[in-house]
Design a protein around this ligand. Structure first.
Ligand code: SAH
Length: 241
């Protein structure tokens, strides 16, 4: 199985196109994932079009065309709860000058990502094993990222509590979501007040192949965060802000 290129769809949906090199890197990543998926269940999304839409298009759509991101500069980014490497890996491939940390609490997944990084010779991505609640307090990671990414890890306010401690003041967090209910926007607003952040933009998309609804929520860290956050392991999920 080979991935589609869909250059025209990239262009129409995001006014952007991958280069030939990037397409080849994505193809390599796809083949690596298929290979390992035979042994370890990494993802249910394995059909070429499905993989293209839900793993590649979706990952990239969250970070393309934003006037508040400095694309030319070397951004420091972190993908929290990256799983098999999404959205961080496809983004690391298209922005080789960004430094991307891929964080997950599951050692097995991080070990697999290390294999991908080696196979793809992706030197701009690093891995971190641990819980966001712990790593967010480490001085080398706390308030040291320009950009935070988080997809399919939990409720919006949980995502906000995971992400904001990692961001520098002025840094941007991207929450990748499916549907977005009013109630979620209210709880996000409430969480951001406590976490020293503000909502700056919500982008809504229909995915180009299956017309599924996607939302990308952009938050900005406005002030230094209280040492109290993130709360102890498990607390953000059990008692969302
Ligand atoms: N972002 C990926 C994976 C989502 S599954 C994707 O969209 O495909 C959620 C992942 O988050 C799992 O791999 C799980 O191990 C990780 N995770 C859950 N809670 C976490 C926490 N508190 N800290 C770090 N990783 C966490």
């Amino acid at each position: 199985m080979e991935l589609p290129t869909f250059k025209d769809i990239w262009q129409d949906s995001l006014q952007w196109q991958p280069t030939q090199d990037q397409l080849e890197q994505w193809e390599k990543l796809y083949q690596e994932i298929l290979l390992i998926n035979n042994q370890i269940n990494l993802t249910r999304i394995t059909e070429p079009n499905d993989f293209w839409e839900k793993h590649l298009w979706d990952s990239v759509a969250g970070v393309i065309g934003l006037d508040f991101l400095q694309y030319k500069e070397s951004l420091k980014a972190i993908d929290i709860g990256t799983g098999a490497g999404f959205p961080g890996l496809p983004i690391g491939i298209i922005f080789p000058h960004w430094q991307i940390a891929l964080l997950d609490s599951t050692r097995k997944k991080i070990n697999v990502i290390k294999l991908f990084l080696e196979a793809l010779q992706l030197s701009n991505c690093q891995t971190i094993i641990g819980r966001a609640e712990d790593i967010g307090h480490f001085p080398e990671h706390r308030e040291s990222y320009d950009l935070g990414l988080i997809r399919a890890v939990g409720e919006v306010s949980v995502c906000a509590e995971y992400i904001l401690p990692f961001l520098k003041v002025g840094g941007i967090g991207v929450l990748y979501r499916g549907n977005l209910q009013n109630q979620e926007e209210i709880s996000l607003d409430n969480a951001l007040k406590q976490l020293g952040g503000k909502l700056i933009l919500v982008k809504q998309f229909k995915t180009p192949l299956t017309q599924s609804v996607r939302h990308f929520i952009y938050v900005e860290k406005t002030i230094k965060i209280s040492e109290q956050f993130p709360r102890a392991v498990g607390v953000p999920k059990q008692q969302p802000l």
